[in-house]
Design a protein around this ligand. Structure first.
Ligand code: ZN
Ligand code: ZN
Length: 442
């Protein structure tokens, strides 16, 4: 049966605004339809203590954990690390998710960190390396602790990811050195999906997984992206999950809409230094030639779409957007239901009681939120019509049919804003709020 996994989280020790408690997943996991979560920050001394105190293994050596007497949600030991190295005299960095089969492999990794002088007093530790050879060697040393430890380049297209625009790396090997062949899957990240990653030839043979990369279990964060695998519902193990990655037998990824992601287009957001309320946002063909911001004069934050098209050229393919290399796995796009309801009621906070009540009603009728995306619209209507207003049902159907967009589309750290019934061409955005530079409204 299909198991939905969401393996990239952060505890309160990674900065950001969230504060996760493992018990919160018991509340949101079943509503969202997610079966397995990453624990986040499993190398952090205090969070690790907490994990050891609260989690019990489902069966001996299964590598799958749960809270005592709580079978509905499972956990995998997970952290994110930031590796940095020097490439052609420039510092490069990449975020990488690590998964561990047991607490022993975590203790051994912490011992390695002590030898390397890496601090595990921050949730997302930095591993500083001289060059890509050292990155490869250090990852290899971690993998040698246990052959089932898996490393996954995280949100690879966002500015902080390995292919991101902040410190451009053009080939995986430039960063990962001798360990490149051990990459079985990469994480799409919120601002990219299989269409964006289909532009990059080097990824043709690598599996894709999707995770929420969330700092909270709130309904618009938790399960906003996930991956589906075919596994035995009650007895699956950590090793079967890793084997699905290694044998490229992922069934599908369920993607946050990339145009809602915080880094889809290029630009500078309002509120930045010297910006006040002014902002600018560009599709790739409209980005100023010098890539500088017309408002503050500094380098623009180059979005995922622009960077992926650039990589396609650099890697010698020059593919058109929409090209999909033949892969077994499928994907869908989603918009968090709580955001759809917030749009309907024009309520800003997704924590409003009013929308949470409707949300709970809908997921009770459907089983979980994820079902909403897979049920045929007529069945969806049948299931909801007794208790949910026709206007809300129609809105959900309209979004499922793709009749919506985000305006502005996500850029420079800001999420896209949902608009239903209006289409925006992602290749035709050319906007600077300072009148002098304004060419076309989006
Ligand atoms: Zn990250
Ligand atoms: Zn600027």
């Amino acid at each position: 049966m299909l198991i939905n996994i969401d393996l990239h989280y952060h505890s309160g020790y990674s900065g950001g605004v969230g504060q996760i408690n493992l018990t919160d997943f018991i509340e949101t996991g079943p509503k969202k339809g997610i079966n397995v979560f990453g624990t986040g920050d499993c190398l952090h001394e205090l969070w690790l203590e907490n994990l050891k105190n609260q989690l019990v293994e489902t069966q001996k050596d299964s590598g799958i954990f749960q809270l005592e007497k709580q079978k509905s949600v499972k956990f995998i030991l997970q952290t994110e690390l930031i590796f940095t190295c020097s490439l052609k005299n420039k510092r490069k960095s990449a975020h990488i998710v690590f998964l561990f089969p047991n607490f022993e492999s975590i203790s051994n990794t912490i011992r390695l960190f002590e030898l390397w002088n890496v601090k595990n007093t921050i949730g997302r530790p930095f591993v500083v390396c001289e060059d890509n050879e050292e990155v490869g060697n250090k990852i290899s040393e971690i993998l040698n602790i246990n052959e089932s430890i898996e490393f996954i380049p995280a949100h690879i297209m966002t500015p902080e990811g390995v292919f991101g625009s902040k410190n451009p790396i053009n080939y995986l090997e430039d960063f990962f050195g001798g360990i490149t062949d051990e990459i079985h899957v990469v994480e799409t990240g919120l601002s990219a999906d299989p269409i964006i990653l289909g532009l990059i030839p080097e990824l043709d043979k690598i599996g894709l997984i999707s995770n929420s990369d969330a700092h909270s279990t709130w309904l618009n964060r938790c399960g906003r992206e996930f991956t589906s695998l075919e596994l035995n519902k009650d007895q699956f193990t950590y090793f079967e999950i890793i084997e699905s990655f290694r044998s490229n037998s992922i069934i599908r990824t369920c993607e946050f809409n990339p145009t809602e992601g915080k880094f889809f287009l290029s630009g500078h957001r309002a509120g930045k230094e010297r910006h006040n309320n002014d902002y600018c946002v560009y599709s790739p063909k409209f980005t100023p030639k010098d890539k500088k911001c017309p408002i503050c004069g500094k380098k623009l934050t180059i979005g995922v779409l622009e960077r992926a098209l650039e990589l396609s050229k650099i890697q010698g393919a020059n593919r058109q957007y929409g090209f999909l290399p033949p892969k077994q796995q499928k994907f869908i796009h989603m918009v968090p239901l709580i955001e759809i309801l917030a749009y309907y009621y024009q309520i800003k906070s997704p924590k409003s009681k009013k929308i949470i009540n409707i949300y709970n009603k809908i997921v009770n009728l459907l089983g979980n939120e994820c079902e909403m995306w897979f049920l045929d619209n007529s069945i969806l209507e049948e299931k909801l019509s007794q208790e949910i207003s026709p206007e809300i049902i129609n809105l959900i159907k309209e979004i499922k049919n793709g009749n919506f967009s985000f305006s502005p589309i996500g850029f420079d750290g800001t999420y896209g804003k949902l608009v239903v019934g209006k289409k925006i061409d992602v290749f035709n955005v050319n906007f600077c709020s300072k009148k002098l530079f304004q060419k076309k409204l989006i």
